[in-house]
Structure formats: structure tokens, C-alpha cells
Design a protein around this ligand. Structure first.
Ligand SMILES: Cc1cc2nc3c(=O)[nH]c(=O)nc-3n(C[C@H](O)[C@H](O)[C@H](O)COP(=O)(O)OP(=O)(O)OC[C@H]3O[C@@H](n4cnc5c(N)ncnc54)[C@H](O)[C@@H]3O)c2cc1C
Length: 324
């Protein structure tokens, strides 16, 4: 029992950000434990991705199989049960993404391993892993102490760690695919791209986020104009989605998306913990709210107390002047 495994996540031949976030955390864990860091890559024609991972781990274990080209929980499950039982790692980190949420629980059951899900942090205390996760909808953080002696599965919330530059002398080790039989119960059909005009708010470096303080759907154009002047994407709090003013894909928070832009501007958002949990690791947070006691100011780097209907249009004009 030795290695720390990170399961690489990829889509359409590209590694996802969560992979590099987990590898950065994995490097710290491997240094603290004095154990090797291993990236697991399951794919097909995945040499380019393996090369990208090579200097970010001590070893890349590559399982090549056409059945692993696109994520399929049954194929991944079979391949991983095999690998984990053979290698007996200390821990396996998996992204708490749609992919990881689908895969990790059944994997934990199959190998009878303890699992800590949706973790915000993982650390080593007295040569044991400790994970931090939230309970009661994000009101409390709890520490989960994982007992040594068997592999642990830990799923990591996206954007919890910032990927860092480092270089490790990694090697690529090809592992024979254990998938000898057809995958019977599930099959990949196609990727469905987001409809034109839809925005992935997790990818935008600047987000302008609108809350219930906007009062009416037609007022959202004021905030959209500010976002446009900054080249930012528009996101929102949950009531804006509940009222059907913006689609669910734009919602930030525990029941929406976790975002980590360079700049996050919260407009008419009170700062309920369910919202803050989804954006508090943003680079610079700017809040506009008429209530000086609004909790959003507790996490904001800059706060503007005042009426958004006056502040947002004049801010937009200033931005336009600055970029003219
Ligand atoms: C299980 C669960 C999951 C949830 N998940 C999420 C989630 O993922 N994301 C999320 O956002 N919420 C979530 N919520 C809801 C959350 O608890 C809050 O109700 C929500 O975040 C509040 O949204 P808001 O800040 O836009 O609205 P409000 O709390 O109503 O705040 C509006 C703010 O606008 C300000 N304001 C009003 N008028 C003006 C003006 N003219 N100028 C300037 N400021 C003004 C007010 O001072 C106020 O602070 C969840 C709740 C539950 C129970």
C-alpha cells in the first residue's frame, strides 16, 4: 500500500481542469506522506494526454482501450476495481464532478472502501488523511478522519485548489486493459454541445452575478450591459433561476455551479452561505448592495454600498471610458 492515485478526467480528448487541481493537491499529499503520486489515465489514443501528465506525477498509469475513449461508468468501474485491487493505493482522488459523482460511490462499494465525498480540502495529519467537507447545505464544515489500512476514495469539489506549475520526473506505464467483455448495460451515444449562446460560467475569467435585488427580469439588461462592457459572463443567485429570469446553468452556489473567476462582481446578492459556497474562492470579489450589513461584504474584497440601479449604469460608463 503506497501510492496516491489521482483519476484524470477528460472529455473529447482534453484533460479537464479538475485533473490539474487534484494533481496539485496530490503533490502536497505525496510529499507529506513520502509516497509516490500516480495519475491514472483511462482512455483511447490517449498518448497526448499522458504526455501532459508525465511531469505532474511520479507515474502515469495508462489504460488504453476503445471502450474507455468516452466516459462510461461501467467500463471505468471495471477498469478501476481491477487497478485498485492490484495496486492497493493509500487513496484515490476523483473529481466531485458529474463524472465522479456517478462513478465513486459504486466503486467504493465494489472495493469496500471508505469514501469522503465533495471535499473542500484534504490534508495529512499524523500520517493519516483528513478531509474537510460541508454538511447541512454548507452551514458547517466537518473533518473526516480516514482510518489507515485500506484505500480511501476522496471526491474533490472543483475549484477547491488552484493548479500550480511544478515538474516531477514522471514515467508512463502502460497497463493492459482488463475489459475483455463488451460493456453491456451502458453505451456512449454522443456529446451534446450546449446550445449556441449558452455560456459555461465556470470557464469565464470575469463573472458579473445578479441577485434578487434586481427586482424584475427586464432590469437584468442593466447588469448584462455591465458584463458586456467587461467581456464578462452573466451568472446569478438561485432566486433569479427560481423566477425563471435566467437558466439554471447560470446559477452559482451549492445547488448551482462552483466558480472561481479572477473577478466576481455580485450585484444585489445578499451573500447567503449557499451562494457564497459557490464563489468565495474567486480572485477578487466586488459586491454592490444597498444594505451595508449584507453578508456578501464579509467575503468581498471591495464593497459598494448603494442602489444598484444608480451604481451599475455609471460603472458601465466608467468601464467603457477606461477601455475606449
Ligand atoms: C438547499 C438550498 C440550496 C440553495 N442553493 C443556492 C444556490 O446554489 N445559490 C444561491 O444563490 N442560493 C441558493 N439557495 C438560496 C439561498 O439560501 C438564498 O435564498 C439566495 O442565495 C438569496 O439570493 P439573493 O442574494 O439573490 O436574494 P436576497 O437574499 O433576497 O438578497 C437580495 C439582496 O439585494 C439587495 N438589494 C435589494 N435592492 C437593491 C438595490 N436597489 N441596490 C442594491 N442592492 C439591493 C438586498 O439588500 C439584498 O441583500 C439555496 C437554498 C437552499 C435551502
Amino acid at each position: 500500500m503506497d501510492d496516491i492515485f489521482i483519476l484524470a478526467e477528460h472529455r473529447q480528448g482534453e484533460l479537464r481542469d479538475i485533473t490539474f487541481e487534484m494533481l496539485t493537491k496530490g503533490k502536497t499529499l505525496s510529499e507529506e506522506m513520502g509516497k509516490p503520486l500516480v495519475a491514472l489515465l483511462l482512455g483511447h489514443n490517449a498518448g497526448k494526454m499522458a504526455d501532459q501528465l508525465k511531469d505532474r506525477a511520479n507515474r502515469v498509469m495508462l489504460v488504453e482501450d476503445p471502450k474507455l475513449e468516452n466516459y462510461n461508468s461501467e467500463a471505468y468501474h471495471k477498469a478501476l476495481v481491477n487497478l485498485i485491487e492490484q495496486e492497493n493505493p493509500l487513496a484515490v482522488l476523483i473529481g466531485h464532478t458529474a463524472f465522479g459523482m456517478d462513478l465513486a460511490p459504486s466503486l467504493a462499494t465494489a472495493i469496500n472502501a471508505p469514501i469522503a465525498t465533495d471535499c473542500l480540502d484534504v490534508m495529512v495529519v499524523n500520517a493519516r488523511f483528513k478531509a474537510i467537507r460541508q454538511v447541512y447545505g454548507g452551514k458547517l464544515n466537518v473533518e473526516v478522519h480516514l482510518k489507515p489500512g485500506q484505500p480511501h476514495l476522496i471526491t474533490v469539489r472543483p475549484a477547491s485548489f488552484s493548479p500550480e506549475d511544478y515538474s516531477l520526473p514522471g514515467e508512463i506505464v502502460n497497463v493492459a486493459s482488463p475489459l475483455t467483455e463488451e460493456i453491456a448495460s451502458k453505451r456512449f451515444l454522443e456529446y451534446v454541445e450546449a446550445a449556441a449562446g449558452e455560456v459555461d460560467i465556470t470557464q469565464s475569467p470575469i463573472l458579473v452575478s445578479v441577485g434578487r435585488g434586481i427586482k424584475d427580469q427586464e432590469n437584468i439588461t442593466i447588469v448584462q450591459d455591465l458584463a458586456d462592457s467587461l467581456g464578462a459572463a452573466l451568472s446569478c443567485s438561485r432566486p433569479v433561476v427560481d423566477k425563471k429570469w435566467l437558466p439554471k446553468e447560470r446559477q452559482v452556489g451549492t445547488s448551482g455551479k462552483t466558480v472561481k473567476p479572477k473577478v466576481y462582481i455580485a450585484v444585489g446578492i445578499s451573500g447567503a452561505f449557499q451562494h457564497v459556497a459557490g464563489m468565495k474562492t474567486s480572485g477578487t470579489i466586488i459586491a454592490i448592495n444597498k444594505d451595508p450589513k449584507a453578508p456578501i461584504f464579509n467575503v468581498a474584497d471591495y464593497g459598494i454600498v448603494g442602489d444598484l440601479f444608480k451604481i451599475v449604469p455609471s460603472l458601465k460608463e466608467k468601464v467603457k471610458e477606461a477601455f475606449a
